[in-house]
Design a protein around this ligand. Structure first.
Ligand code: PLP
Length: 388
């Protein structure tokens, strides 16, 4: 059976061009970048070349780019690294309530460590209110972290405005650009971000590699100790093939960004309209239009649990994700949809379709064609559903 992959926000396949760029560093060039002999220098040169490439692509200086193990680590470094550094003077942290768990759980951890944390609410479409940030921020706020684009519903925040508010209060502003990179413009100066996270495997690069941008002059307490790597901010022998890969992946994604954006926008609109026309009682979560990453389409199918749709689609060869998580037999609704005030029954029936570079119109036509029968069958089993 043909497999259709509509879960690109979870991870993406490694692009052939990225793999080609990485292969020499998996085969012949194996030196430790800290070694001063030729093999080491060769590896070191590859890292510095990648650093320059990444910096140029996001409008930063090479000295402001640090390689990590992924988005989760970059987010942890930003939040904990900043919080610990400033604890004496500033013990307050602000994050949005729809952040990825890498930020939310770091924030919960810091609360246990004695920090005060405010979680900003969002409106029905997932937007943070700059006014609420303005009201919550104080001279004691150390860091504000608000994601550029949400992984479940695709909502794009007005980072420039939010970062401006943080700056005025003297707080560090971090944005998680893991779902934005390669899809919309990520330019640190434009955004006004002091710190920014990117992950390799969301942009057709390898897993286990990430980037944190740290603006010159902003300091952190390192979370890892054990070496001088990455200017002592992130100890550990560098993942050379991964670093080469993430730089190649970002470069490729940037070169295709505008054409892919308009292609995926049309495809997503076709998909949303097609599903809405073919299936009754379907609601979209997140904004329509240009304030959403177009490839992310989150739909709630009333009267059905998301997990059952996932399994049925999987049997048809289609891979998607749900907005609910099955924990010990009960479905807990997604924190993002809950924060957006989506009623729990609809949150539990939500599915995230995330398209990508390799999604075709045929894939979407097929997905639209199988949904009505699946939904009808599952609804027939629901005690809450009475056919209109
Ligand atoms: N931040 C966001 C918005 C994400 O979507 C993800 C991954 O799902 C992460 C952070 C974590 O990135 P990684 O898987 O590279 O640790």
């Amino acid at each position: 059976m043909k497999q259709i992959y509509l879960d690109n926000n979870s991870t993406t396949p490694v692009d052939e061009h990225v793999l080609e760029a990485m292969l020499p560093y998996l085969k012949g060039i194996y030196g430790n970048p800290s070694s001063i002999h030729n093999a080491g220098r060769e590896a070191k040169a590859a890292i510095e070349n990648a650093r320059e490439k990444v910096a140029a692509l996001i409008g930063a200086e090479p000295s402001e780019i640090y390689f990590t193990s992924g988005g989760t680590e970059s987010d942890n470094i930003a939040l904990k690294g900043t919080a610990y550094l400033n604890k004496e003077k500033r013990d307050h942290i602000i994050v949005s309530s729809i952040e990825h768990h890498a930020i939310l759980e770091s924030a919960h951890y810091l609360e246990k460590e004695g920090f005060r944390v405010d979680y900003l609410g969002v409106d029905r479409e997932g937007f943070v209110s700059p006014d609420e940030l303005g009201n919550k921020i104080t001279g004691k706020t150390s860091i504000v972290s608000i994601m550029q684009a949400n992984n479940e519903v695709g909502t794009i925040q007005d980072i420039t405005t939010l970062a401006g508010i943080a700056k005025e209060a003297g707080a560090v502003f971090h944005t998680d650009s893991v779902q934005a990179a390669g899809k919309i413009m990520v330019d640190v100066a434009n955004l006004g971000a002091d710190m920014l996270s990117i992950s390799g495997h969301k942009i057709y690069g390898p897993k286990g590699i990430g980037i944190i941008y740290i603006k010159r002059g902003k300091r952190i307490t390192p979370l890892f100790h054990g070496g001088h790597h990455e200017k002592k901010r992130r100890a550990g022998t560098e993942n050379v093939p991964g670093i080469v890969g993430i730089a190649a992946a970002l470069e490729l994604a940037e070169s295709m960004r505008e054409s892919e954006h308009s292609r995926l926008e049309k495809l997503a609109d076709f998909f949303i309209d097609g599903v809405m026309a073919a299936v009754p009682n379907v609601y979209m979560n997140g904004p329509r239009g240009d304030k959403r990453i177009p490839s992310t389409v989150n739909l709630s199918f009333e009267y059905i649990e998301g997990e059952s749709i996932i399994l049925s689609l999987d049997m048809k060869g289609i891979g998607v994700a749900s907005g609910s998580a099955c924990t010990s037999g009960s479905l807990s609704a997604s924190h993002v949809l809950t924060a957006m005030s989506v009623p729990v029954e609809l949150a539990q029936g939500s599915i995230r379709f995330s398209m990508g570079r390799f999604t075709t119109r045929e894939d979407i036509e097929y997905t639209i064609s199988v949904l009505p029968e699946i939904v009808e069958r599952l609804r027939a089993m629901s005690p809450l559903y009475t056919k209109k």
